[in-house]
Write a protein that binds this ligand. Structure first.
Ligand code: G6P
Length: 369
């Protein structure tokens, strides 16, 4: 087993470190930099349908749902299509409404999650077009769909999903560019900039993952925390949700991911000197707003850990701890900001002596309701 883990103590740690390679594998052959465009005919989304579709409707569970939230931001921004993201378990037990000009995207690592299958069947029954965004070849979800966009994460063994998530992000950004180019909402030049940034992401991921020692020191300080709040805004929001999910899945600490702008509608009541607040705050379009949330946290003695852009001096004045992320275009930020959060969760769980790869009560794939 040690050999299968490639020298790492756990599959999860191995999979965290595989991310640069598998993101690269997911991008390879799909990017046309010269044209600022994306090729992925296997999706079954024809240029005509890409133009005509009126809504994107994403269904997923768990970590895949968080990827979907990032996907929504990209698709709305770059392709200008109204997009909703729903938990599959909620869709299937409501009376959801689908249209033939909907593109329904079922995101699933395993392709076998029962709730996601049921939601996609409901969409199909009402005539919507269904695209699977999946990691396991020929699993149930791609087989039931009109087309598939595969992530190339390879087998994911750790129950807490890591590399499947970042490859889902990469695939969703490709899809958003593809739709944007077909719908004339994304000029070739802008498409090229985004794809270039995406293509360079694996090397930045290697850089961030190389900083593991620093993250380890932060994890040491979090070992005894009973509650941890994760905040983010815009594309940082799904990353805050994902960071909180990782921590609770494997360290069993109570963690909550919140939209930074919602802090004043509840979580602010929890903040005191005992509450660590982990903030995703790269220097993106939302920086100033998130920064003022941080000031509110500090005014209440909260302990701030910032995931911030390298060289951001102002963050140093307000955060007790920070992890630097290289400066990259806003769109590709989530592929970097999530990495320290995965590592923090991993090290906290490992320091507690938990079974990182097989956390209690959780299953890798939930094939029952
Ligand atoms: C389980 C796993 C999660 C995963 C979720 C959805 O809860 O433990 O890691 O995100 O199922 O799985 P899927 O295979 O559909 O992405």
């Amino acid at each position: 087993v040690q050999a299968e883990r490639g020298g790492y103590k756990h599959f999860m740690l191995k999979e965290i470190h595989e991310q640069p390679d598998v993101v690269e594998a997911t991008l390879r052959g799909r990017i046309d930099l010269a044209a600022g465009d994306v090729h992925a005919t296997e999706m079954g989304v024809t240029p005509e349908f890409a133009k005509e579709l009126r809504r994107v409707y994403i269904v997923a569970c768990g970590t895949s749902h968080h990827a979907g939230i990032a996907g929504r931001y990209w698709i709305e921004q770059l392709a200008r299509v109204p997009t909703v993201v729903e938990l599959a378990s909620e869709v299937r037990y409501r009376e959801p409404i689908f249209f033939p000009d909907d593109l329904v995207i079922a995101i699933s690592q395993s392709g076998e999650t029962a709730d996601t299958i049921a939601a996609l069947k409901a969409a199909k029954a009402q005539g919507a077009k269904v695209l699977a965004l999946c990691n396991v070849l020929d699993s149930a979800i791609p087989r039931l769909s009109d087309g598939a966009l595969y992530t190339h994460a390879g087998p994911e063994i750790g129950v807490a999903s890591t590399k499947a998530f970042t490859t889902q992000l990469a695939a969703l950004l490709l899809l958003a560019v593809y739709l944007g180019r077909r719908r004339d909402s994304l000029p070739a030049e802008r498409g090229r900039e985004i794809l270039q940034a995406l293509w360079e992401i694996p090397s930045h991921m290697r850089e961030v993952l190389g900083d593991a020692d620093y993250v380890h020191a932060i994890a040491k300080r979090l070992v005894h925390a009973k509650d941890v709040l994760f905040l983010g805004r815009g594309l940082g929001f799904p990353i805050a949700l994902e960071g909180a999910l990782k921590l609770k899945e494997i360290s069993y600490a109570h963690a909550e991911g919140y939209a930074a702008g919602e802090m004043k509608h509840g979580p602010i009541a929890l903040i005191d000197e005992a509450l660590p607040v982990i903030v995703v705050c790269p220097r993106d379009a939302h920086y100033d707003k998130t920064f003022s949330n941080l000031q509110e946290v500090r005014a209440r003695e909260g302990q701030v850990v910032a995931i911030a852009t390298k060289g951001d001096e102002s963050i140093l004045e307000i955060a007790q701890h920070h992890v630097w992320i290289p400066k990259v275009p806003d769109e590709v930020g989530p592929l970097l900001t999530v990495l320290p959060l995965q590592l923090i969760a991993y090290y906290v769980a490992n320091l507690k002596g938990n079974d990182v790869d097989q956390p209690r009560n959780l299953a890798k794939t939930v094939t029952v309701e």
